[in-house]
Design a protein around this ligand. Structure first.
Ligand SMILES: *[C@@H]1O[C@H](CO)[C@@H](O)[C@H](O)[C@H]1NC(C)=O
Length: 214
């Protein structure tokens, strides 16, 4: 009897909370897209307090995408204006390049962005490739990419990918799950990302995740 009651109790908490966020797995996985900009403290806080801990706990179920574009304005003549000035534009371009060089390696991408968005903010504040080096990425390749934006379509791709989330969420970082833009999910992600993920995984019997904390 006690066991039955306890089971019922955990089950109802799971239902209530997963309904509250609406987040569900897709084929047993959750994709998290984060629109970033290099000098944004809300982005720093989100990566440090929410994304990194959630990733370290649930990485086997997560697909991670960063879009280092934030509130960038593209003047269409090869120049951009970024929220925190030219250094921000430089660092965001660096991030796009390095994330591309780390394509397919989510774990490295998370570590790289955590490095760039932590003091001393090497790319933004120092114009430094310290985090690039730390990830073992080829510095010459990264440097070539940074200096030759006309040789690839990383800027265009980031601009296109950031447009929807920024138009609807209008906040940096803008957080999107499974390519579905939802302001409520974005707001919850900034406070309780690990919990949201856990409840979504717990609702999917294929994941083997059963117990979560709110
Ligand atoms: C590009 O366009 C912006 C905005 O119209 C202008 O301020 C800037 O001078 C232009 N730069 C170049 C290199 O043409």
């Amino acid at each position: 009897m006690m066991v039955a009651k306890k089971l019922f109790f955990s089950f109802s908490i799971i239902l209530t909370c997963s309904w509250a966020s609406g987040l569900q797995t897709v084929n047993g996985r959750i994709k998290i897209t984060t629109v970033t900009t290099s000098a944004c403290l809300d982005t720093v806080n989100f990566i440090r307090d929410e994304l990194v801990p959630a990733y370290l706990t649930y990485m086997n179920y997560l697909d991670i995408e960063f879009i280092p574009w934030g509130r960038t304005v593209n003047h269409g003549n090869g120049t951009f204006t970024c929220q925190f000035g030219d250094n921000d534009c430089f660092a965001n371009r660096l991030h796009r390049c390095v994330l591309d060089l780390l394509k397919g390696y989510d774990y490295m991408q998370v570590l790289y962005m955590a490095c760039e968005l932590s003091p001393p903010y090497p790319g933004f504040a120092q114009g430094s490739y310290a985090c690039v080096r730390e990830m073992g990425v080829d510095i010459a390749k990264a440097n070539y990419c940074v200096n030759n934006p006309d040789r690839d379509t990383l800027d265009e791709a980031a601009e296109a990918a950031a447009a929807g989330p920024m138009a609807t969420i209008n906040f940096v970082p803008a957080i999107v799950f499974n390519n579905v833009i939802d302001v409520n999910d974005h707001n919850q992600a900034r406070r309780r990302l690990s919990s949201m993920i856990c409840f979504a995984l717990a609702e999917d019997p294929t994941t083997g995740i059963f117990s979560c904390q709110i």
